[in-house]
Design a protein around this ligand. Structure first.
Ligand code: G3P
Length: 218
């Protein structure tokens, strides 16, 4: 399973990269705004900076919602760096644009996926990734992980090459359960990745090993 970090924060991206387990980055307009990255030039420079830190795919989201606008914006984003994946919203114009991008060798991430039907449409259009938002599904008392299972079954039934990129991850158990189901990628805040490190028995065990070493080496 690939690990992407879901942030536009450069320090967090550097920290995730330094762990040696990072496969890519996803951003969205809310995450860019949170870091104060506004205006076309600043946004483009920010994506360049992220691509220089990581070696994998970096999702950059379009703002346009019409086919022509999505294609123009997507082509400009894709020209920033060969690691850029154009993130396109799950709307009819977005599906048309994903089809166009897939025929023109531009990688895409179809975002705001909340149903298996939406995932199927995006895969049919040739999306490289689809992003089901499991935390937001859970937020409305539905089951985000069940959505991942349904999409996994559908994609496997027909051998779709589209990768399931589980997004809106809120805790380490989301990551574990996505791995059990077979999501191809999780994109997560750094905090959830770091939570996977923790176990009290590891801390107790390490303390005992070090104490015993120190006793024997006095
Ligand atoms: O990648 C999508 C993700 O950023 C959404 O997460 O926590 O805003 O639902 P959240």
């Amino acid at each position: 399973m690939k690990f992407f970090v879901d942030t536009a924060n450069i320090n967090e991206i550097k920290e995730a990269q330094s762990l040696g387990i990072l496969d890519g980055v996803t951003t969205n307009p809310s995450l860019m705004a949170k870091e104060g990255i506004t205006g076309k030039n600043k946004i483009i420079n920010h994506y360049k900076q992220i691509c220089e830190i990581v070696t994998g795919d970096v999702s950059a989201e379009v703002i346009a919602t019409d086919f022509k606008g999505i294609v123009e914006e997507g082509e400009e984003l894709a020209s920033i760096h060969n690691q850029i994946v154009v993130k396109v919203p799950m709307i009819a114009e977005g599906i048309k644009a994903i089809k166009y991008f897939s025929e023109n060798s531009i990688k895409t991430n179809c975002t705001l996926i909340f149903s298996a039907g939406q995932a199927l449409l995006a895969a049919k259009a040739g999306a490289t990734y689809i992003s089901p938002f499991i935390g937001r599904v859970d937020d409305i008392s539905c089951d985000g992980l069940e959505l991942i299972s349904d999409i996994r079954m559908i994609f496997d039934n027909y051998d779709f090459g589209t990768e399931i990129l589980a997004a809106s991850i809120r805790n380490p158990m989301h990551i574990i359960n996505c791995a059990k189901i077979g999501a191809d990628v999780v994109t997560t805040p750094l905090k959830s990745i770091k939570s996977l490190l923790n176990h009290p028995l590891t801390d107790i065990g390490l303390k005992k090993f070090l104490d015993d070493f120190n006793k024997g080496n006095k």
